[in-house]
Design a protein around this ligand. Structure first.
Ligand code: PLP
Length: 638
């Protein structure tokens, strides 16, 4: 099993999924759970859960209840005796601070987890017993085992790999996790300039609520009167986001930006349906759009039509007018990223919205680049009808491990009634896109804290610094590498696309070589060949200081000099620091060194590197091979 295969959305409208931000971090945590407990541990835990469930079933039957499911693992569906009503049981349960599942057909559902203790079992059984007019129940201990029908028993081995069998103490597990952690370059080492990803600081003060049990131990379906704090937080955060976006309503259901795109398009369809225009099926998408846009449009059942870019990277306004006119009877929506995925503020943005509206379409603004807008402008002002926000980009939720994310959508007033509803929220299932009413609500306190602590002034300042930092780098690199696109005012937005194609023509050095060489300096590569092939996209974010930006500049300038050394023949095209990068420790300290440049040039290319050297784990790998083949590395799972 591979936890992450290559992102499908890169294939744009040919993708079969729109997933970009996923739940990879949570999957990794689940993986560690299995590593720690191993097959025997999991079997023991499961056996205890089942035994506890079986003892509950037996005691309930004694007390006059009926268990409807004959075979079960941890969940019972309970039929109440004739003299006990669901309401009676519920009243007693709530007095005793317990929530059960109440079926509309009258049964009650419970599930037992591994946190069960004899005391909790006593509490649970006492509740049922009191409801049946009987006495409290005292359970001494949880039986160690229960019989599982032979038909359902697993007989084959599982989790047999070494990794599930050697880290069964906390000390060992801690060291194993730390060992893996040390293989990763993170924001704790240096700037991660991945354009389009917004790898900004996730401040400790914002992350604190994640370790508060009051924030984390609540079920998404808990009765609302038991979740007053969360309801207040969600309500206030919704108000802040409305103010920030200039919109009238917000839904927190989507768990990622791409899920927001899907939800936004469904909202548009429901609205158009309501005015008798539900068969509009064309979505115009600029060529510069992020791959999730066309992928989401297809997932939502639309046909994307691509609008060309002009030579400056802007939407080609003529092409937009022609395509909007051509499709006027079927035009459902226009998806536009602002500032664009080319990193520039398009000055024609309001005119674009007008054109789409004139032909009966709705404007979906991809708000992933909202960190270049907050406090300065907003999608409502621009004239858009819907947008998603990547709370895990602009609003400080960490997403380095791949997720979880939160991609709420904001909409203009006419679309509010068609926002995703949820059975557990208001009894309606119109446009439900998530199994929980407010998506990954458990991470909303991060964004709430970020907005509250930054305040109006802080948020606008963050936007300004993000734009300033990008323009600082653009000014410095303009005369060497070159900047691919600039806006009408000669500036970039919050990110920039670095030209690497000229260098390739003169020296054979590619954008990939530059990225790999940056690792020798202790920098994570910028975004490679996206959205323009043969380039690097750099987004410094507002989190980086001038000192860190200058280190990055020093690294890139040193690399520029190294490219010149290849160009002027000081080193051959086949054997130089760039094509051989990155240089891991095992190569640098090997007994043999056959390259024409010294080891010190390879490992310590700038003075600042000596202070904080990050040793990369492996030398150059075959990217294309790795993309196409699932490689299980049995030799070194550590
Ligand atoms: C990141 C991004 C998306 C997708 O968001 P996810 O949360 O990763 O699904 C969409 N559009 C743009 C411009 C982005 O940068």
């Amino acid at each position: 099993m591979a936890l992450q295969t290559r992102e499908q959305h890169i294939k744009r409208e040919k993708a079969t999924s729109n997933i970009c931000t996923s739940q990879a971090l949570l999957a990794t945590m689940a993986g560690f759970y299995a590593v720690y407990h191993g097959s025997e541990g999991l079997r023991r835990i499961a056996g205890r859960i089942h035994a506890a469930t079986a003892s509950v079933a037996a005691k309930l039957i004694e007390a006059g209840y009926k268990v409807e499911n004959e075979q079960y693992f941890d969940t019972l569906k309970i039929v109440l005796p004739a003299n006990v009503s669901q309401q009676q049981l519920k009243t007693i349960a709530e007095q005793r601070e317990m929530n059960f599942r109440y079926f509309e057909t009258g049964e009650v559902g419970i599930s037992i987890g591994e946190g069960i203790t004899a005391d909790k079992l006593s509490d649970l059984l006492t509740t049922f017993s009191l409801a049946a007019g009987k006495e409290g129940v005292e359970v001494e201990n949880i039986p160690a085992k229960a019989i599982i029908a032979d038909t359902f028993k697993r007989k084959s081995g599982y989790l047999q790999h070494e990794v599930f069998n050697i880290y069964h103490t906390e000390t060992e597990l801690m060291r194993y996790i730390k060992r893996l952690d040390r293989k990763d370059i993170s924001l704790a080492h240096s700037m991660i300039s991945l354009g389009s990803c917004t790898m900004k600081l996730n401040a400790a003060s914002e992350m604190l609520p994640l370790s508060m049990s009051a924030m984390q131990n609540i079920h998404p379906f808990a009765p609302k009167d038991q979740a007053a704090g969360y309801m207040q937080l969600i309500g206030e955060l919704g108000d802040y986001l409305k103010e920030i976006t200039g919109f009238a309503g917000v839904s927190f259901q989507p768990n990622s930006g791409a899920a927001g795109e899907y939800a936004g398009l469904m909202t548009i369809r429901a609205y158009q349906d309501s005015i008798g225009q539900g068969d509009r099926n064309i979505v115009l998408i600029p060529a510069s759009a992020h791959g999730t846009n066309p992928a989401s449009a297809v997932q939502a059942g639309y046909t994307p039509v691509i609008v060309a870019s002009d030579e400056l990277g802007n939407v080609d306004m003529n092409d937009l007018k022609v395509k909007a006119e051509q499709n006027k009877d079927n035009l459902a929506a226009y998806m536009i990223t602002y500032p664009s995925t080319h990193g520039i503020f398009e000055t024609d943005i309001r005119e674009m919205c007008d054109i789409i509206h004139q032909y009966g379409g709705q404007v979906y603004m991809d708000g992933a680049n909202m960190n270049a807008q907050v406090g300065l402008t907003n999608p409502g002002f621009i004239g858009a009808d819907v947008c998603h926000l990547n709370l895990h980009k602009t609003f400080a939720i960490p997403h380095g491990g791949g997720g979880p994310g939160e991609g709420p959508i904001g909409v203009a007033a006419h679309l509010v009634p068609f926002l995703p509803h949820h059975q557990e929220m208001d009894g309606s299932s119109l446009n439900t896109v998530s199994s929980s009413p407010y998506g990954s609500a458990g991470i909303l306190p991060i964004t709430y804290g970020y907005i509250r602590m930054m305040g109006e002034e802080g948020l606008s300042r963050a936007t300004k610094i993000a734009i300033l930092n990008a323009n600082y780098l653009a000014e410095i690199f303009k005369d060497t590498y070159g900047i691919v696109y600039r806006g009408k005012m000669g500036r970039v937005g919050h990110e920039l696309i670095l030209e690497c194609r000229n260098v390739k023509d003169t020296s054979g050095i590619t954008e990939g070589d530059i990225s790999k060489r940056l690792m020798d300096f202790g920098f994570h590569a910028p975004t490679l060949s996206f959205p323009v092939h043969g380039t690097l996209m750099i987004e410094p974010t507002e989190s980086e200081s001038l000192a860190e930006l200058d280190k990055f500049v020093e690294a890139m300038n040193t690399i520029w000099d190294e490219i010149k050394e290849v160009e002027n023949g000081a080193y051959s095209k086949e054997d130089n620091v760039l094509v051989n990068a990155p240089h891991p420790e095992y190569e640098i300290c090997a007994d043999e060194w056959a390259h024409p440049y010294p080891r010190s040039k390879a490992a310590y290319p700038a003075a600042f590197v000596k202070d904080n050297k990050f040793w990369i784990n492996v030398a150059r790998i075959d990217n294309a091979y790795g993309d196409r083949n699932l490689i299980s590395c049995l030799c070194d799972m550590g």
